[in-house]
Design a protein around this ligand. Structure first.
Ligand SMILES: [Zn+2]
Length: 266
């Protein structure tokens, strides 16, 4: 793919984001239960409830476009316990606008953040036409965000030898992004001790191409162009099949009840 052109939307109300995530799925509150993470508005996952049917609206797109997006997006849920229902018109949990943008950039709200978006606004934009070579990549990548996944190249273990000043200059020149947007969408994010991270997956569809013009010593790395084995593994773990969805609060309660019989006190 080309150098990364996906930007997260700004100005999400953190309280609304938290409330939407928790009322969708209570264990979004505590992504790292093993470390007894403190509950915090700023730290929560944004996954949908397993087994859910996500309604996907594509406004007045023609059938050819709808079919194309449907066949691409469905790759994500081959092993995951989610269903996509493509609906006509503008009423969906996820609303996709396909429109060539000035910089060919795309975006999607992260998981349940889509629920905080006014119903008349799209939650995802694909900034490329159907015929573009990057269209499939773009749809897969943005659907990854829509399922709650972040950028893999920003994983704290990614260790990419970025030349930060070149990165800032490139993104300003090519996409008119300010430094803080580059920090948010491109450069590595500090490890957040409240999160559980999966192993770094350089083949992930959520990983940008790393172009040698933006690194030290011409280091480069081709990003994913299709879903990696791990991408599929990750979503099948987040949205598991076979087991009924049990709210985290209920699991905690069951563990408490069980504790006196299973724990060793001395
Ligand atoms: Zn992205």
């Amino acid at each position: 793919m080309k150098i990364g052109t996906c930007s997260f939307p700004e100005s999400i109300d953190p309280i609304a984001s938290y409330e939407a995530a928790i009322s969708e799925r209570s264990d979004n509150a505590e992504p790292n239960t093993s470390k007894r993470a403190k509950r915090s508005v700023a730290v929560h996952t944004k996954f949908w409830k397993p087994g859910r049917i996500l309604k996907i609206a594509m406004y007045d797109e023609d059938q050819k476009t709808i079919d194309k997006v449907k066949s691409i997006a469905s790759k994500w849920i081959e092993y995951a316990n989610l269903k996509f229902e493509f609906v006509s018109g503008a009423e969906g949990d996820i609303r996709i606008k396909i429109e060539q943008t000035q910089y060919g950039d795309s975006y999607s709200y992260l998981g349940t953040d889509a629920l905080t978006r006014p119903p008349e606004k799209e939650t995802m934009q694909i900034g490329l036409p159907l015929e573009d070579d990057e269209f499939e990549f773009s749809v897969l990548h943005e659907f990854g965000h829509a399922l709650g996944l972040a950028h893999e190249h920003q994983h704290p273990d990614a260790d990419i030898p970025w030349d930060r000043e070149k990165v800032y200059a490139w993104y300003k020149e090519e996409f008119n992004l300010e430094r803080d947007q580059v920090d948010r969408d491109v450069l590595p994010l500090p490890r957040n001790t409240n999160y559980t991270y999966g192993d770094y997956d350089s083949l992930s569809i959520m990983h940008y191409d790393i172009d040698s013009r933006l690194t030290i010593n011409n280091w480069s790395h081709p990003g994913g162009s299709t879903l990696s084995r791990k991408d599929l593994e990750v979503v099948s773990k987040i949205y598991p099949h076979g087991t009924p969805y049990i709210p985290h609060s209920l699991i905690e309660l069951l563990n408490k009840i069980k504790a006196p019989f299973t724990g060793s006190s001395n």
